[in-house]
Design a protein around this ligand. Structure first.
Ligand code: 3PG
Ligand code: MG
Length: 397
């Protein structure tokens, strides 16, 4: 795996720099509700600006399928980026053509411009050469700082990198370095926590991890499917009864690869799926017909903590229980805090990402105490699946 060119080797002065960022932000009524992705790109934007580059941002928003529409416009996002930068950010209503060219021409060295949603052009998702040419005409250099969109082989994430001199931005660089320390060149033993509702969405991921990690800790609803595969009764719990054979296959592959699977030994059960529903703890051999498993129990947490005490590296994706409903966030909170403590003591390198994970760690109050928390959803999962990410490959030297 070759390294990629970073901003260290880019000659930016006076250059038009097309920077692919991920501004696919959670919004509510035109306001950004979580600005983490903006904060993460600030070092790259400031560095290019300070080195005298003209910073031209390319990004997608939502999944528009039929050309431009107001609901998916990046215009409100330009204001949010400007606010975080503390500097003006111009906006152009198209990412190619005369409108974009005129906005680019007006830029002085060190200034910022955001171009409208790349997905307003059908060619974006098709990685269409004519769209790539039209984008390339606006810049001299390409920088990709959008790891979280790197699983897409789109014009602005992949095609453009092959057309212009291409570099990794600082966030892309940090993300890829953190992830390879966690799985490609980890200090062993490596543990993975995989939680979440369904085995079916994480089959490839589980398959890949059984070959790469020493301990695979399974939590959340998907643990129930594994328990059922071992012949245990799971009552009314979330469980994919059609995937019991698949779960057994995964257990078998794990055994063949000397990967120890860690499943819950006890569970917090309730009869209703709601916050503060009356609940109690049972061993996993004693789940009643009317019971719903909503969290891992204290013995399971102790077992997981013991494993983390032995591990040197942890990769985390997905919560243990129904963490959005109190008190069924207890196991997730406890293990997250324990992992954060080991990280602080320098005993464990912790990398987390994907979907609900960041929300769960924020909820536990420890997201900033992990070694690295990815803002990527799908890209993080595909990386855990062992897939090549086209946007990362395209900027390798
Ligand atoms: C994300 O929000 O996960 C990325 O921006 C990718 O978005 P997409 O799943 O619509 O390609
Ligand atoms: Mg996504």
């Amino acid at each position: 795996m070759s390294a990629f060119r970073t901003l260290d080797s880019a000659d930016l002065k006076g250059k038009r720099v097309l920077v692919r960022v991920d501004l696919n932000l959670p919004m509510d009524g035109g306001k950004v509700t979580d600005a983490t992705r903006i904060e993460r790109i600030l070092p790259t934007l400031n560095e290019i600006s300070q080195k005298g580059g003209k910073v031209i941002l390319l990004a997608h928003f939502g999944r528009p399928k039929n050309g431009p529409d107001e609901a998916n416009s990046l215009r409100p996002v330009a204001a949010a980026v400007a606010q975080h930068l503390g500097k003006p950010v111009a906006f152009a209503t198209d990412c190619i053509g005369p409108v974009a060219a005129e906005a680019v021409n007006k830029l002085k060295d060190g200034e910022f411009l955001l171009l409208e949603n790349t997905r307003f052009h059908k060619g974006e998702e098709k990685n269409d050469p004519s769209l790539i040419d039209a984008m390339a005409a606006l810049g001299d250099i390409y920088v990709n700082d959008a790891f979280s969109a790197a699983h897409r082989a789109h014009a602005s994430t992949e095609g453009l990198a092959k057309k212009l001199p291409a570099y990794a931005g600082r966030t892309m660089q940090a993300e890829v370095e953190a992830l390879s320390k966690a799985l490609e060149i980890p200090v062993r033993p490596v543990a993975a926590v995989v939680g979440g509702a369904k085995v079916s969405t994480k089959l490839e991921l589980l398959g890949n991890l059984t070959k790469k990690v020493d301990f695979l800790i399974i939590g959340g609803g998907m643990a129930n499917t594994f328990l059922a595969a071992q012949g245990k009764k799971v009552g009314k719990s979330l469980c994919e009864h059609d995937l019991l054979d698949t779960a057994r296959e995964i257990l078998k592959t794990a055994a063949e690869n000397k990967c120890r699977i860690v499943l819950p030994v006890d569970a917090v059960v309730a009869q209703e799926f709601r916050a503060h529903a009356p609940s109690h703890v049972v061993g996993v051999d004693h789940v009643g017909d009317a019971d719903m498993i909503l969290d891992a129990g204290p013995k399971s947490v102790a077992e997981v903590e013991k494993v983390l005490g032995e591990a040197k590296t942890l990769v985390w994706n997905g919560p243990f229980g129904a963490f959005e409903l109190e008190p069924f966030d207890a196991a997730t909170n406890a293990v997250a805090k324990f992992a954060a403590r080991l990280t602080g003591e320098g005993k464990l390198l912790t990398v987390a990402g994907g979907g609900d994970t960041v929300a769960a760690l924020n909820h536990a109050g420890v997201a900033d105490k992990f070694t690295y928390v990815s803002t990527a959803g799908g890209a993080f999962l595909e990386w855990l699946e062992g897939k090549v990410l086209p946007g990362v490959e395209a900027i390798r030297a």
